[in-house]
Design a protein around this ligand. Structure first.
Ligand code: PMP
Length: 395
C-alpha cells in the first residue's frame, strides 16, 4: 500500500513540529519543564467577542455547510474592512474564505502552477511554499534575503530581476516575513509589484502578519490600484485574532479567479467551518484586543532582544515585524556541526525549543535559529538564560 504518488514521495511534514517532539522526550526523560520558542502562534486565547459569536451560532444550530466561497456575511465583512483600510472598493465577489491561510495558498498554487513552471521564493521562507510548489511539479527559484547586524534583513532587487526567466509564473511574497521578522520597505513592495506587472508574473502576497508591526511601515500589495491585474492577496485569522485552531483564511483576487477557486473548494473541502465563520465576523470588532496584544508583543520582543544580545557569538537584529527573532549564530553552530545540532543541543541540555533556520528551507537559514516571542516575559528571560549557559560551555 505504500506505492504513494511520486509527487507526494518527497514531501516533508512541518519540520518545526519535529523539535516539539524531541522536547517532549527530554521532558519525560529529565523531568525538566521545557520552554517553547518554537511555536508559531500567540499564547493568547481567541478574543471573547469572537468566541461568543461562535458559541451563539452553535447554540442557534448554525451547523450546516456554507457556500463554498464562504458566507456572504463574512465575505462582505472582509471586503468592507479591506476597502476601508486600503481605500479601494473591494467587492465580496473578490473574496473567498478558506480553511486557514495555508489552504488559501494551496488553492492559489493549484490554480496556476503547471509542471515546469518556475516560482520565485525568498530564501529563507515559510517552509510550506516550496513543498507545495514542488508537489505540483513547479520549480522553486530562490532569491536570497541578506543579513547585516546593523541594518537587519534586506533584499537586492537586482537579485530578483536576475532570477526571472521566461518560465517564471509566480512570485511569492511574505510581508511581514516569517522567519526573519523583516518588514519589506514600501519602496521594495512597489518595485516588486512593478517587476511582476512588467513581466506578466502572478504575485501571491501572504500578509498574515500584517498587524505585527513594531517599526517601519507596512505596505500592502492591495495599495496598488491595478492589483486586480496580477495579485492574489492572502490573509487569515490565525495570528491577528489568535484563531489558529479555527482554521480560517482568505484570498482576495479578481472575481474570475475567486470563482475558479470556488470550484476547487467545492471539490476539495466544500467550505470553511460554519460557526467559525460566524465568530470571524466579530473579529473585525476586536481591534482593541488586537492592539493590546501587539503592544505586549512589542515589549516581549524588546526583552528577548536584550537577553539575546548578552550571548557572545549571537548576532541579533530587533525584528520590526512578526513575533519571531532570527539571530545569526554561525560562530556557535560551527562548533557543533550546524544549526540543527545546535537546536537539538539546546533542547537536550537546556530544555529550550528553537527552530534551526535551515528548515526555511534552503541555504540562507543555515546560520540562523528562529525564536518566537509569542510567550510570556518570564519564560523569555529564563529560556534565553538557559540557552546562554549551554552556549557558554561550548567556548
Ligand atoms: N503563512 C505564513 C507566513 C505563516 O507563518 C503561517 C502560519 N505559521 C501561515 C501562512 C498559515 O496560517 P494559517 O494558520 O491561517 O493556515
Amino acid at each position: 500500500m505504500e506505492n504513494f504518488a511520486s509527487s507526494v514521495g518527497k514531501l516533508t511534514g512541518e519540520s518545526t513540529l519535529l523539535y516539539q517532539e524531541i522536547a517532549r522526550q527530554v521532558e519525560k526523560k529529565k523531568g525538566i519543564k521545557t520552554i517553547n520558542f518554537g511555536i508559531g502562534q500567540p499564547d493568547v486565547v481567541t478574543f471573547s467577542k469572537i468566541r461568543n459569536e461562535a458559541k451563539k451560532a452553535l447554540d442557534q444550530g448554525y451547523t450546516a455547510y456554507t457556500p463554498a466561497k464562504g458566507t456572504d456575511e463574512l465575505r462582505q465583512r472582509i471586503a468592507d474592512f479591506l476597502s476601508e483600510k486600503y481605500g479601494d472598493r473591494i467587492q465580496k465577489e473578490e473574496v473567498i474564505v478558506t480553511p486557514g491561510a495555508k489552504t488559501a495558498l494551496f488553492l492559489s498554487f493549484l490554480l496556476y502552477i503547471n509542471p515546469g513552471d518556475e516560482v520565485i521564493l525568498f530564501d529563507p521562507a515559510f517552509y510550506s511554499y516550496a513543498e507545495v510548489v514542488k508537489l505540483l511539479g513547479g520549480i522553486p527559484v530562490y532569491v536570497n534575503i541578506n543579513f547585516d547586524k546593523n541594518k537587519g534583513f534586506y533584499i537586492n532587487l537586482e537579485d530578483l530581476s536576475s532570477k526571472i526567466s521566461n518560465k517564471t509564473k509566480m512570485i511569492v511574497l511574505n510581508n511581514p516575513h516569517n522567519p526573519t521578522g523583516m518588514v519589506f520597505t514600501p519602496k521594495e513592495i512597489i518595485q516588486i509589484q512593478e517587476i511582476a506587472k512588467e513581466k506578466n508574473i502572478i504575485l501571491v502576497s501572504d500578509e498574515i502578519y500584517d498587524y505585527f508591526i513594531y517599526e517601519g511601515e507596512m505596505r500592502s500589495v492591495l495599495q496598488d490600484s491595478s492589483w486586480r491585474d496580477y495579485v492574489l492577496y492572502i490573509n487569515g485569522f490565525s495570528k491577528t485574532f489568535t484563531m489558529t485552531g479555527w482554521r480560517l483564511g482568505y484570498v482576495v483576487a479578481k472575481k474570475e479567479i475567486i470563482d475558479k477557486m470556488g470550484i476547487l473548494a467545492s471539490n476539495i473541502y466544500t467550505c470553511a467551518t460554519s460557526f467559525a465563520q460566524k465568530g470571524a465576523v466579530a473579529a473585525f470588532d476586536s481591534f482593541d484586543d488586537v492592539k493590546e496584544m501587539i503592544s505586549m508583543f512589542k515589549h516581549r520582543r524588546d526583552v528577548m532582544y536584550e537577553q539575546l544580545s548578552k550571548i557572545k557569538g549571537i548576532k541579533v537584529f530587533k525584528s520590526p515585524g512578526t513575533f519571531y527573532m532570527f539571530p545569526e549564530v554561525s560562530e556557535i553552530s560551527n562548533k557543533v556541526g550546524g544549526v540543527k545540532n545546535l537546536s537539538v543541543k539546546i533542547i537536550e541540555e537546556a530544555g529550550v525549543i528553537t527552530v534551526p533556520g535551515e528548515v526555511f528551507p534552503l541555504e540562507v537559514g543555515k546560520n540562523f535559529i528562529r525564536l518566537s516571542f509569542a510567550i510570556n516575559e518570564d519564560k523569555i528571560i529564563e529560556g534565553v538564560n538557559r540557552m546562554k549557559e549551554v552556549i557558554e560551555k561550548l567556548s
